[in-house]
Design a binder for this molecule. Structure first.
Ligand code: KIV
Ligand code: ZN
Length: 501
């Protein structure tokens, strides 16, 4: 049995999560996610990488101004300019942290950094002490830690702690380790780093082999007390350890993992939907905890068991992640106050104009759809925010479709001038619409993904269309929702072209 202990949840959805190709969020979306993370009880929010761009700097700075209960953290390489930028961005935070890192594995030092061990150790001392002089807390990471030679790793950690790091993060940057190996690594660090008692050990696992959550939990059992993770497990390549899986494993198997977290698990479902919408990354149906099927019991045997006693097939309740049926269903008679209240619960705090415009879209949708669910509201907020100041605006279209031929007459406003295109395609109506858009807005971007999913259940559900375009090394993913699946498709494509501009 392990000691009852609190695990610090360090969320990096807005930094490592946003680094996933195509997962870019705008400022408004980042602020909504940050507010939701704070509301959930996340201990540390890694808000971005301030030196990466003006946009990143501004987002971290704005998040630092509004978040009061979580530590706000900015990422920095072991470079003076990175660290100063991070410090400036997080300055308004009630509690601030700089997360600085340098690679320590032989392969990274030789090929990427072109530095030897002595130079890396000296960079650690300089970067951590500078960070410590500029921020309340310092988190230090040995990038590619799990592939670092042990003796050098111990030396690097000792150096970082001596320079002032209070948290030592051991990233499995390439998702290579296994639960047993990672357990042993954390144990070795505890036994061989002379000053390790002065720091908290942290985990940061990538999911290339599907082991990120198992590895993180294994590290916790070995003595790590901070877990770096993301909502829905989004992140570089196969993603990071999923926050909801870590937290629910600790809660559901508290008999085994005798730990606690600060997270209000009843906000998990909302946070997952918000991040999915903001990033246009759909959640896979069978994703643990937050997938649409995670609490669906289909087979007769399972349903029979559930009716007799829910514990036969249910190890945690949908209510524990906030999936209870909403007690207040919004519809066409709902007023501004109810709408605003629901928006606040979902993590949005819109200014006057944005609220008025979202409310108008809500009324429009409520005229066509009887019950407006949380997913509908999230969709209409996001769709609206991307449309308001757009260069290209969808106006309308007429479609005639038969088994083999589809014909579309499409109208798009381009810089406030209405343009029309007429296209016939033998490949279906979506092909006709996309060709029509390309005729009106010529571009070289390549369509990498087109996907449709239902926002809620039932045939009156809105459809969400997701489109990913690549132009050179820039990848943009956009989604849009509408009761008409073809309109949603046109809107998603046009949103992407607006973002590419
Ligand atoms: O995966 C990684 O190594 C990182 C570091 C910057 C912590 O994201
Ligand atoms: Zn990472």
């Amino acid at each position: 049995m392990f000691k009852q202990d609190k695990i610090i949840i360090f969320d990096t959805t807005l930094r490592d999560g946003e680094q996933a190709p195509g997962a870019t969020m705008n400022l408004e979306e980042k602020l909504a996610v940050a507010k939701m993370l704070e509301k959930m009880g996340v201990d540390v929010i890694e808000a971005g990488f301030p030196v990466a761009s003006e946009g990143d700097f501004h987002a971290v700075n704005e998040i630092a101004k509004i978040v009061k209960n979580s530590v706000v953290c900015g990422l920095a390489r072991a470079r003076e300019n990175d660290i100063r930028k991070a410090a400036e961005a997080i300055k308004p935070a009630a509690r601030s942290r700089i997360h600085t890192f340098i690679a320590t594995s032989k392969i990274h030092m030789e090929y990427k950094l072109k530095m030897d061990e002595k130079q890396v150790l000296s960079a650690i001392t300089d970067s951590v002490s500078l960070a410590k002089s500029l921020s309340d807390e310092v988190d230090w990471s040995c990038e590619d830690g799990t592939r670092t030679e042990l003796d050098f790793l111990y030396k690097a950690i000792e150096t970082a702690i001596k320079a002032g790091a209070g948290v030592i993060n051991i990233p499995d940057t390439v998702g290579y380790t296994t639960p047993e190996e990672y357990f042993e690594l954390i144990t070795n660090i505890k036994n061989n780093v002379s000053n390790i008692d002065k720091a908290i050990i942290s985990t940061h696992c990538h999911n290339d082999l599907g082991l990120a959550v198992a590895n993180s939990l294994s590290a916790v059992r070995a003595g790590a007390r901070q877990v770096e993770c993301t909502i829905n497990g989004i992140g570089e390549r196969a993603g990071n350890a999923a926050l909801e899986e870590i937290v629910m494993a600790i809660k559901t198997r508290n008999d085994f993992y005798n730990f606690t977290t600060n997270i209000d698990t009843t906000l998990i479902s909302r946070a997952s939907k918000l991040v999915s919408k903001a990033t246009s990354f759909p959640v896979q149906y069978n994703k643990a905890i937050v997938g649409a099927n995670a609490f669906a019991h289909e087979s007769g045997i399972h349903q029979d068991g559930m009716l007799k006693n829910r514990n036969t097939y249910e190890i945690m309740t949908p209510e524990s992640i906030g999936l209870e049926k909403s007690s207040l269903v919004l519809g066409k008679h709902s007023g501004r106050a109810a709408f605003k209240d629901r928006l606040n619960q979902l993590g949005y705090d819109l200014g006057h104009n944005a609220l008025e415009s979202a409310f108008a879209r809500f009324k429009d949708l409520a005229d066509r759809k009887k019950e407006i669910l949380d997913e509908d509201i999230i969709s209409l907020v996001h769709d609206g925010s991307s449309l308001e100041k757009a260069k290209y605006q969808f106006v309308d279209m007429q479609i005639t479709t038969a088994a083999n031929t589809s014909e579309v007459v499409l109208k798009v406003n381009i810089d406030d001038k209405e343009m029309t295109a007429a296209v016939i395609s033998n490949n279906g109506p979506v092909d006709a619409i996309f060709k029509g858009i390309k005729n009106l807005i010529p571009h070289d971007a390549i369509l990498e993904l087109y996907q449709i999913s239902a926002v809620t259940g039932g045939t009156d559900s809105q459809a969400t269309a997701t489109v990913r375009l690549r132009n050179g090394d820039k990848t943009i993913t956009c989604s849009a929702s509408d009761l008409n699946v073809l309109t949603a498709s046109a809107l998603a494509y046009i949103n992407c072209l607006n973002k590419l501009k």
